[in-house]
Design a protein around this ligand. Structure first.
Ligand SMILES: Nc1nc2c(c(=O)[nH]1)N=C([C@H](O)[C@H](O)COP(=O)(O)OP(=O)(O)OP(=O)(O)O)CN2
Ligand SMILES: [Zn+2]
Length: 149
């Protein structure tokens, strides 16, 4: 069984080498869809009975490890020194420095990398993260899958 939880957040970014508009500082209303697979838990009387994982718990983990860190932050590539240095001049600015340029593909990969170990098989139902889909705009998205799949 596969289940998916969608969350949204706002963030700024730029793609420094982009040939067109995306090299400028701008922002998006991002959406992230987290897909988990696992067996349906058969545990009468337990809060999770009949679920793969409680959607509320999927959200809580995603918020703790990704969403609350990225929401209303500027996502900047470590090598984009002009922007890294500029943001450092702003006291207490919410900046997330990444090892890759903040494309939809790289953000989806980074979210997958962070979240993979966060969704743990606590009920023996073979729970695992299957996919992180990251929408940069309603029309543009990237899917990060487990390596080799
Ligand atoms: N493969 C990728 N291509 C582009 C990315 C990306 O992350 N991966 N990112 C951008 C820009 O960040 C841009 O903000 C989005 O691109 P754009 O094509 O302009 O999307 P829009 O939704 O704004 O375009 P509409 O035509 O208005 O739908 C560029 N490319
Ligand atoms: Zn963009």
């Amino acid at each position: 069984m596969r289940i998916t939880r969608r969350l949204e957040f706002d963030a700024g970014h730029r793609i420094p080498d982009h040939a067109s508009q995306c090299r400028h500082l701008h922002g998006h209303r991002y959406a992230i869809e987290i897909t988990l697979s696992g067996d349906i838990i058969d545990a009468a009387g337990e809060a999770v009975n009949g679920m793969v994982m409680d959607f509320g718990d999927i959200k809580l983990i995603a918020r703790t490890h990704v969403i609350d860190r990225w929401d209303h932050a500027f996502l900047v590539y470590r090598g984009d020194s002009a922007v890294v240095d500029f943001l450092a001049t702003m006291p207490a600015h919410k900046t997330v420095v990444l090892d890759t340029v903040p494309t939809a593909e790289n953000l989806a990969s980074e979210a997958f990398r962070i979240l993979d170990s966060c969704y743990r098989d606590l009920y023996g139902n073979h729970l695992r993260l299957e996919r992180v889909r990251l929408y940069e705009t309603p029309n543009c998205w990237a899917d990060a899958l487990r390596p080799g799949e």
